[in-house]
Ligand binder design. Structure first.
Ligand code: PLP
Length: 365
């Protein structure tokens, strides 16, 4: 028998979450962001459920090829654009739209031989200081692009640093709209957090939104809001089983470093999941977990292939019991990936992207 750990992708949840975004911004076009192999879910596993999107946004050229191979003829946007000049050949061949964020990318376009005009998204660094032209050099970049025969259409894009936090987006929004004021073309600003919380304002919403994390059922602004608050459903379940049971006396300890000590007699379950499966080592004592669909907690340190959980509060639990690390249990109980992530000092984003290759991943029917 294979080791019992399994990641299950839920197409019904992906469809629901996509619909949820549609409801939030009914008159905007929607890029489903599927970078990082669909946030760890697998592009091929999510494609069918997300094909109701208006386009797919990602950054790896090999991933763009996979989306075309799946038969998608609609828009695909490379959100970091070309990494070297010859990447533009693939853009021409596959009809990929691409971000232009620096002068070198314009140089490559100017030297590129192509029959088909490219659709480009000119990126502004409106304050995040990652990719993009500073507001002061944005218009000259636009003029350079606009003069190229290789360029068919220019759109405008920027990215918020604080759509989910108290700092907010007002400054970046004003910088962006001021610098693009009279330039003709479509615009795109919103990630998940901005799409759900701020896009009622048409200046924020613009023509295209770019939701990623919400599609996978994690709250972009946890713990301010939970996935449940946003009516999102988890698109991934990580589950496994109890493979051994130990009965502890008061004063006995658990695992490497003996970091957990039993205060009273208790029963613990040894679970087939460890940091080599992508479950973070930082999710030690106290991290929530479901056993037979009932909430309990991790005890002690997570090791490479195993972790231990408290079975004392879980009636009828023992050898072979179902363990849900995050997602949906068989009895319908949910454990939010955001809550697990927070216990380990990280984000749902990181956990879903980090499920290890040794974990079998299947699509639920
Ligand atoms: C990743 C990414 C998104 C999606 O972000 P979420 O927070 O997952 O919604 C949108 N736009 C850009 C440019 C990105 O890199």
């Amino acid at each position: 028998m294979p080791r019992p750990i399994l990641a299950t992708i839920h197409p019904d949840a992906l469809r629901h979450n996509l619909e949820r975004v549609r409801q939030a911004v009914p008159d905007a076009k929607l890029w489903a962001v599927i970078k990082a192999n669909a946030y760890g879910h697998g592009i091929e596993r999510v494609f069918d459920a997300l094909r109701g999107a208006d386009g797919f946004a990602l950054l790896d050229l090999a991933e763009a090829e996979r989306v075309r191979q799946l038969g998608w003829r609609g828009p695909i946007l490379l959100i970091e654009g070309a990494f070297e000049a010859r990447d533009l050949e693939l853009c021409s061949r596959l009809g990929l739209w691409h971000v232009v964020h620096c002068d070198e990318q314009i140089d490559w376009l100017a030297a590129h031989k192509t029959q088909v005009g490219h659709r480009v998204f000119l990126k502004m660094n409106s304050g995040m200081n990652r990719l993009g032209f500073a507001p002061g050099s944005y218009r000259s970049a636009w003029a350079r692009l606009n003069a190229l025969t290789q360029v068919d259409e220019i759109s405008f894009i920027s990215h918020f640093s604080d759509a989910d936090g108290p700092r907010g987006i007002a400054h970046q929004l004003s910088v962006f709209h001021t610098a693009t004021q009279d330039l003709p073309g479509e615009r795109s600003l919103c990630n998940s957090a901005a799409t759900l919380a701020l896009a009622q304002d048409s200046q924020v919403r613009c023509d295209w939104v770019r939701p990623g994390i919400v599609l996978y059922g994690s709250a972009p602004d946890y713990p301010l809001h939970t996935a449940q608050d946003w009516a999102l459903q988890p698109a991934m379940t990580l589950s496994t089983r109890v493979i051994a049971v130990q009965h502890l006396q008061a004063g006995e300890t658990v695992g490497y470093g003996s970091t957990f000590t039993a205060e009273a007699p208790m029963t613990i379950g040894v679970v087939a999941c460890g940091y080599a499966d992508g479950y973070p080592r930082s999710c030690g004592t106290g991290t929530p977990v479901l056993v037979n669909g009932q909430r309990t907690r991790v005890l002690g340190r997570v090791s490479m292939d195993m972790l231990t959980v408290d079975l004392t509060p879980v009636e009828g639990a023992g050898m072979g019991s179902e363990v849900t690390l995050w997602g949906r249990a068989s009895n319908g109980a949910l454990l939010s990936i955001d809550e697990v992530a927070q216990a380990g000092g990280t984000l749902g984003y990181e956990l879903m992207c980090a499920v290890a290759p040794r974990v079998t991943m299947v699509v639920a029917d």
